[in-house]
Design a protein around this ligand. Structure first.
Ligand code: NOJ
Length: 569
């Protein structure tokens, strides 16, 4: 009897232990009913963003050198419909108009990136400095500041000078650390007196995995099982070096902050009572966010990455792990090199344990021993990978708080896309997405997460990497077929503007009225007309030209008839 009681007690204890880690977060999984009405802390910064290759165009103008994306996009079959970023939004020429759009929305900050080959066409400082490129960013920064918009500047949003890829193998090569540091140092020297927020790398996960492991992104290398880890290793060291450069040479004069922008989906266990699923979900987030954040905040790669990749490398008979190691000096040099953490977040996955035997070849993906699933009920208006799961955002933000000692966070990317053919400016799904995700961020702030600003992604529709122009993330619709690349506000512009002016969500009645009013300004047919020159041309033909010509014909026939009748009698 006593033995049975003990056994039951042990079982209950075990179950409680299994469930406990996920229960920590259960309160975050809220449904629509629990929308939280309230406002953000005073001084909270609202912004929007874009990046050089995605928006600038002018790919070969004013002395700019080629980047790996220029070369990659020009290769047939790499990008959807073989699109390129050659001209994209023509942001290089239209930035003043774009700043007017930002001013009308009353944005507090704008996030953009500096194209490395635009100011260093050969990648290297000692070779050639392109003053025209420098002038462009000078003008952009000055115009932003004149309009009271704080620039948040990314140094690397994926456009490595092509020459560095050709000569050295890009991020596979340790020499990139010094080249990147020189480029960053130059930016601090030339722009730093006016910049308070620097981001070293944008989403290094994509650079490493998609650039050097799967090859879907530039430079398109498929070095499975090793390429991503090596690229990431050099990127982490380069980030740390740039942070130290700023810290020792510029901080006291310029008084800015240097951070990094990491992207991460949230991973939720499929079965929250199954310990293996719980661990698989944790691994998913560690291999995504922890890969970069743990060295930067805590000094080394996550233990789970070291264990899994180490074990799988040994099973393959390799003498050392495919995950490179940091020396103890490197660990202390890297640890703590982050004044604020940028978070780019779009979506969530359910995660379950799945074994990938090492025999079948190694890759970053199989190293994780997990499978990703989605709930078919989650809305997915645009990109195939982007499901709207707002509660995942709050969980991710709380994860950052607990894992990395509650750092200062700027949300550097959050938003949703629509599909290529969609010219409807009444983007109801985007308003819903922003409303729900921003609300979850507000709840996270109330949980004690230190979020200081939010960047809607993106200001404009733009070149969406390997997807070309087929996925539109913009608050503003861009007509890419028209030479002048006109911008048209989607309904979400109005909606986001209201969130900004109220610094949150004052009450249900008001928030509902924002939605109604935003939708009223964008009656689909009118906007379709505005956004689609082909449609508007057809409409002009059918509504103006045809009736006018018909009336003229009738009038002429009448005159002709009268003339004939007169002659007869
Ligand atoms: C993250 C990238 O940083 C950004 O450039 C891209 O537009 C978004 N993901 C959406 O795919």
């Amino acid at each position: 009897m006593l033995a049975r009681l003990l056994l039951a007690l042990c079982q209950a204890l075990l179950l409680a232990l299994c469930v406990a880690p996920s229960n920590d977060f259960d309160w975050t999984k809220t449904d629509r009913g629990s929308f939280y009405y309230g406002t953000f802390p005073t001084g909270f910064s609202w912004g929007a963003g874009g990046s050089a290759y995605q928006t600038e165009g002018a790919w070969d103008k004013d002395g700019k050198g080629r980047s790996i994306w220029d070369v990659f996009a020009h290769k047939k079959g790499k990008i959807f419909l073989n699109d390129t970023g050659d001209s994209t939004c023509e942001g290089y020429y239209k930035f003043k108009d774009d700043i007017t759009l930002m001013t009308e929305m009353k944005l507090n900050h704008y996030r953009f990136s500096i194209s490395w080959p635009r100011i260093l066409p050969h990648g290297i400082k000692t070779e050639h400095l392109n003053e025209k490129g420098i002038k462009h960013y000078d003008d952009l920064i000055n115009t932003l500041l004149e309009n009271n918009i704080t620039p948040i500047v990314t140094l690397y949003h994926w456009d490595l000078p092509q020459i560095l890829e050709e000569k050295y193998g890009g991020w596979q090569n340790v020499s990139m650390i010094n080249y990147f540091n020189d480029f960053a140092n130059l930016c601090f020297e030339r722009f730093g007196s006016r910049i308070k927020y620097w981001i070293t790398f944008n989403n290094p996960w994509s650079v490493a995995v998609e650039g050097y492991e799967t090859g879907e992104h530039a430079p398109g290398l498929q070095l499975r099982g090793t390429g991503a880890y090596r690229a990431a290793h050099h990127i982490i060291k380069a980030h740390a070096k740039v942070w130290h450069t700023y810290d020792t040479q510029w901080r006291s004069k310029q008084k800015g902050l240097v951070g990094i922008s990491l992207s991460a989906d949230w991973g939720e266990p499929v079965d929250i009572t199954n310990q293996r699923d719980i661990e698989a979900a944790e691994r998913y987030v560690q291999f995504y966010l922890g890969w970069f954040a743990t060295p930067i905040f805590n000094g080394d790669y996550p233990q789970v990455m070291k264990d899994y990749i180490g074990r799988k490398s040994a099973q393959l008979g390799l003498g050392s792990s495919r995950l490179p190691m940091f020396s103890s000096q490197e660990k202390s040099y890297i640890k703590g090199t982050c004044d604020f953490l940028g978070i780019g977040h779009f979506t969530t996955r359910y995660v379950t344990q799945k074994n990938f035997p090492s025999g079948r070849g190694s890759s970053y993906f199989s190293d994780r021993d997990l499978a990703e699933l989605v709930d078919p009920r989650w809305p997915d208006p645009g990109s195939e990978w982007l499901y709207s799961v707002p509660w995942g955002f709050r969980r991710l933000l709380n994860f950052v708080k607990t894992q990395y000692g509650n750092p200062m966070i700027y949300v550097t990317e959050n938003g949703v896309s629509e599909k290529i053919m969609c010219t409807d400016l009444c983007d109801d799904w985007r308003m819903q997405y922003f409303k729900d995700y921003i609300n979850e961020m507000l709840k996270a702030i109330n949980d004690g997460v230190n979020v200081m600003g939010y960047t809607a992604w993106s200001l404009l529709d733009k070149f969406e990497w390997d997807e070309g122009f087929s996925e539109r993330f913009g608050l503003f619709y861009v007509d890419f077929r028209s030479k002048n690349k006109p911008r048209y506000p989607k309904a979400s512009v109005q909606f986001y503007k209201r969130i900004i002016s109220s610094n949150g969500f004052p009450n249900q009645r008001e928030v509902e009225s924002w939605r109604r009013e935003a939708t009223e300004t964008c009656s689909s047919s009118n906007q379709l007309l505005a956004a689609d020159p082909l449609t508007s041309h057809m409409e002009m033909v059918s509504e103006i030209v045809v009736p006018t010509v018909c009336t003229l014909c009738i009038l002429l026939s009448a005159v002709f008839l009268m003339f004939l009748l007169r002659r007869r009698f």
